[in-house]
Design a protein around this ligand. Sequence first.
Ligand code: UD1
Ligand code: UDP
Length: 361
Amino acid sequence: MKVLTVVGARPQFVKAAVVSRELRRDHEETLVHTGQHYDESLSDVFFEELAIPRPDENLGVGSDTHGRQTARMLEGLAATVEAEAPDVVLVYGDTNSTLAAAIAASKLDPALAHVEAGMRSGSDMPEETNRVLTDHAADLCFAPSREAASNLRDEGITAGVHVTGDVGYDALLWARERADRSVLGDFGVTDREFVLATVHREANADDPDRLAAIVDALADDPRPVVFPAHPRTTDRLREFGQYERAARELTLVDPVGYRRFVALLDAAAVVATDSGGVQKEAFFLDTPCVTLREETEWVETVESGWNVLAGADADRIRVALADATAPDEKPQPYGDGHAAERIVEILETSVEKPEVRDRVR
Ligand code: UD1
Ligand code: UDP
């Protein structure tokens, strides 16, 4: 089987790493990086730490408006898909790289397979558009949970849907064994005595009021706050005149590598984040989470009491951080850590056998 995998942004490197390892045992994989993320701390560090093979091609699209960035990716990816003629194009999550690859594949011959299918938050974030359109274009939808498969059913998508578990859980189990705890000493923090924070969503980072409210609430917490800031957020803090205050009140640092981040997340008393991946990694590591959004696609984390939605309201965030405790119980809705193996097996049976492939497509 010949698979063309498309990645472009930080969370996709993490997820593709585990599937790629499984795929390459018996199959041929071509890895294409769109270049959506290009800073060393958002891209190269993941390839090194996770031993991801070097991309066969980097489209180097860089940053731009949603429209121009997606269009440039689509142009490059359509040419690559045609030239490579894979059996299947494999895409991850909900970024502009995901959507561009989905459009390219769905207009050409290969099957399209979507990992992390069926996630819905009901929001108007650009990622929700990317998720919905990709799922509707896909021939195979790999859902991390039963809830995700049910979301697909609600939209009339039933063929080619498989509940595989979450590849992010597979990745986390790998990284937990290899977590780099030297980061705690580097930032002067100790187990369970600090808050970890990340912010990168357009709705938070690009809105001066929301960003200020988040910084206010974090600054008011009596514990040290480690804040590895996405470059978008650092840029906006500077532009809005909030950088000095944030740097004074918080341990404001560059993004860290995955193994260092997992060590921080495992050791933190609580995490405040607007990231999708971080919410669920906190859940896997038994770290309570305060989500800086009004809704989430990882609904099971909220229903089970491990995650509290606090929006960008300073008072709600303060209270949620102060009150955060680990519930006594935790469900396991996201599989058993073997999602990648399951995905490769399903690809083999669905894509390699022509009679099945015709049914799937
Ligand atoms: C993107 C995804 C988001 C995902 C996130 C993971 C979309 C619409 N958004 O958001 O779903 O959660 O990646 O981190 O696809 N920048 C740099 N260096 C880089 C990359 C970006 O400085 O290597 C800056 C640029 O100023 C850029 C801004 O960050 O304009 C935003 O980057 P972009 O890739 O558009 O969106 P993310 O916020 O990273
Ligand atoms: N992450 C990291 N270093 C950081 C912040 C996040 O390695 O400084 C990892 C995190 O463990 C998770 C992924 O990046 O696996 C999440 O990416 P992000 O929050 O950018 O995107 P989202 O999951 O919201 O799409």
